[in-house]
Ligand binder design. Structure first.
Ligand code: NAP
Length: 254
C-alpha cells in the first residue's frame, strides 16, 4: 500500500482530500500547518527522514491573492522556497511530489485554451510566487506532477462558496463581480482525481491541467450555486490587484 503525505491538510483542498481519503486504499498521513510548517526546512527534512513516503501531495500554499501584494516575502517563502525544499527532499527520498498550481500563472491574453506548453506570464505576486514554485520543482527534478487548477470551490474551508453561504445566512443580498471568466473546479473532483491518479499511477508526470468543464464568471457561478437567491452583479472593484480577465485551461483529462 502506498504511503502518502498530504501537507496543508486544513485548507480547502486538504479538507476535501481528507474526505476523499475515506474511499481510497492509500495510507495517508495528513499534516496541517501546526504539525508541519513547510517553510521550516529542518522540520520537513526530519519528517521525511523518520517516515518513508511514496508520494507527497503539497496542498499547502499562500493563497491570498490580494494579501500577496503586500506580503510578497511570505508568499514566496511558502509558494516557492518551501516548495523547493519539498522537491529536494522528495527527490532524495525517491518520493513522487504532487504539487498544486494555478491558472494565475497565465495573463489571460490567449484567445483559446491554455495548454501546459503555453508560456506563463503571471500578472500578480500570487501568480508569480506560484510560478516560482513550479520552476523550483522543475529545476530540482525527481519524480513530480504539477497540477494546475482554477477557481476551486467546495463546502470546505474559506472560499467563494463558503463566503457566499455566510452572507446568505446573515440575510445579505449577494453581489458578485462578472469581470473575470474561468473554469470553476470542485475541490472534491480535484481530490478524487489526485487520489485515483496515485492509486492507478495514471496521474500525469510533469505539468498538467485539471479544471471544471464550463467557462463562466463568478456571477454565473453564484447564480448556479444559489438558484433560490437573488444575486446582483457587483460592478465595483473588489480589489486593486491585477487579475487575468479570462483563463481557460485545457484540461488534460477531458
Ligand atoms: N482556491 C483557489 O481558487 C485555487 C485556484 C487555483 C489553484 N489553487 C491552488 O490549490 C492549492 C490548494 O488551495 P486551497 O484553496 O486549498 O487553499 P487554502 O484553503 O488557502 O489552503 C492552503 C492551506 O495551506 C496552509 N499553509 C499556509 N502556509 C503553510 C505553511 N507554511 N506550512 C504548511 N501549511 C501552510 C494554510 O494554513 P493557514 O490557512 O492556517 O495559513 C491552509 O490550510 C494551492 O496550491 C493553491 O495555490 C487554488
Amino acid at each position: 500500500m502506498k504511503r502518502v503525505l498530504i501537507t496543508g491538510a486544513n485548507g480547502q483542498l486538504g479538507l476535501a482530500l481528507q474526505d476523499a481519503a475515506k474511499d481510497s486504499n492509500l495510507e495517508i498521513v495528513f499534516m496541517n500547518k501546526s504539525s508541519l510548517d513547510i517553510t521550516n526546512a529542518e522540520e520537513v527534512n526530519k519528517v521525511f527522514a523518520t517516515q518513508p513516503f511514496d508520494v507527497c501531495i503539497n496542498a499547502a500554499a499562500y493563497t491570498e491573492v490580494d494579501g500577496a501584494e503586500t506580503n510578497k516575502a511570505l508568499a514566496y517563502a511558502i509558494n516557492a522556497t518551501a516548495v523547493e525544499t519539498l522537491a529536494k527532499v522528495c527527490k532524495q527520498q525517491q518520493c513522487w511530489l504532487i504539487h498544486i498550481s494555478t491558472d494565475y500563472v497565465f495573463d489571460g491574453t490567449l484567445d483559446g485554451l491554455y495548454t501546459p506548453a503555453d508560456a506563463p506570464n503571471p500578472l500578480n505576486v500570487y501568480g508569480a510566487s506560484k510560478l516560482a514554485g513550479e520552476q523550483a520543482i522543475q529545476a530540482v527534478g525527481g519524480t513530480y506532477s504539477i497540477v494546475r487548477t482554477s477557481w476551486l470551490y467546495s463546502h470546505y474551508g474559506n472560499n467563494f462558496y463558503t463566503k457566499l453561504i455566510a452572507q446568505v445566512n446573515a440575510g445579505k443580498t449577494l453581489r458578485v463581480t462578472a469581470d473575470q471568466k474561468g473554469c470553476p473546479t470542485r475541490a472534491e473532483d480535484l481530490s478524487a482525481h489526485l487520489l485515483k491518479g496515485i492509486a492507478n499511477q495514471q496521474l500525469a508526470k510533469g505539468i498538467s491541467h485539471y479544471c471544471g468543464s464550463e467557462v463562466m464568471t463568478w456571477l454565473d457561478l453564484a447564480r448556479r450555486l444559489f438558484p433560490e437567491q437573488e444575486v446582483l452583479e457587483w460592478g465595483g472593484a473588489n480589489s486593486n490587484t491585477v487579475r487575468p480577465k479570462k483563463v481557460v485551461l485545457k484540461d488534460n483529462n477531458s
